[in-house]
Design a protein around this ligand. Sequence first.
Ligand code: ADP
Ligand code: MG
Length: 397
Amino acid sequence: MTSPILEPGPVSKRADKIAERFQAVYGTTPLGLFRAPGRVNLIGEHTDYNDGFVMPVAIDFCCYAAITPSADDKLSVYSEQFHESVEFDLDQIAGSARQHWSDYVRGVAVVLRCEGYPVKGADLLLDGQVPIGSGLSSSAAIEIATALALTSLSEITIPLLEVARLCQRAENTYTGARCGIMDQFVSCFGRENYALMLDCRSLEPTYLRLPSSIRLVICNTMVRHELAAGEYNERRASCERVVKAVCKSLPRVRALRDLTREDLERHRNLISDVDFRRCRHVITENARVIDAKEALRDLDVARLGALMYQSHDSLDRDYEVSCHELNVMVELARKCVGVYGARMTGGGFGGCTINLVENDAVAEFQSKVAHEYKTTTGLAPQIFVSGAAGGASELIK
Ligand code: ADP
Ligand code: MG
């Protein structure tokens, strides 16, 4: 038996179920319901914090937040996935993170308040379809859905870009994850059937239509190696070290985004071998994202796919953030018919791969990969099929 392909199901059905659950938990109907999607990154990994380029796609799997105002100054939050309620006194909501699922929700409320936006007492129900901790950014989806729900209860409308920024700040300052803006940005600004290329310095988006002949297939390795957080910070430190070393002679270099392959070669004597390889990944990856933009504009899926394989190899060999399970998953994809490209997506050390698969080849891909991955690693993967979804939205008022 192979694992089934997971699809999100119709939004309207989910909305009805959430209203039912809201009634059961809070004894009333929700006043507002918001959805915010998770994301997968087609190409451009570990480039966001180097002021570089990324190309995420919002996926059909979303987090939902249903809300109604309460009479007191308390924020009650119930999560369908954690089967638990927490309650915060809004006057005492600040304070350090508790390493609890609710930190993300609380962080958003704290940041909104710090920025002078009113946060009123409310009952909030969260329901997420984005697999948690798998690199598909359930965290950004929860933050954005929460921010939209909380701010809907006051008369002030916050521009969506500001919502994305505030949620990134909540994640950075409150939960300690030094993520870039990509996840929150695409959860807000994703567009149906389009990939979103983002210049992480100017925050200028370029929308690129995805050909209707392919599906995005996401394979979850079902592993998340513990070293992920420490190694992530290590990689960031390497990038910062090289910028610092190089900018003495090249003051125009503010981030690795400004460095060329030639610059890097010329400064090789100032840089350790490990840092050299890491920076080579960032520089070549930025170039690949720009190539990928051209490939999509030309509807050249084969070229996009080839760039994805190159990206994976660079992340594995130069940036050293892949792992055995991710490599197995990509190698299996390489052997399947109808697959244009595959790579790890997200920070690495586990999580998911993204595969560009021809529509007609999806079923065969799924059964082959599920079977062979299980045989090789002993783990049953989750396999998701998604289109490119629109950004966060309100479902009921
Ligand atoms: P990823 O973003 O890759 O899924 P993270 O570790 O960054 O993984 O974020 C996962 C965290 O986001 C969870 O531990 C929890 O705090 C929060 N979260 C995600 N989905 C939900 C949900 N449905 N209900 C409550 N909290 C959630
Ligand atoms: Mg996250």
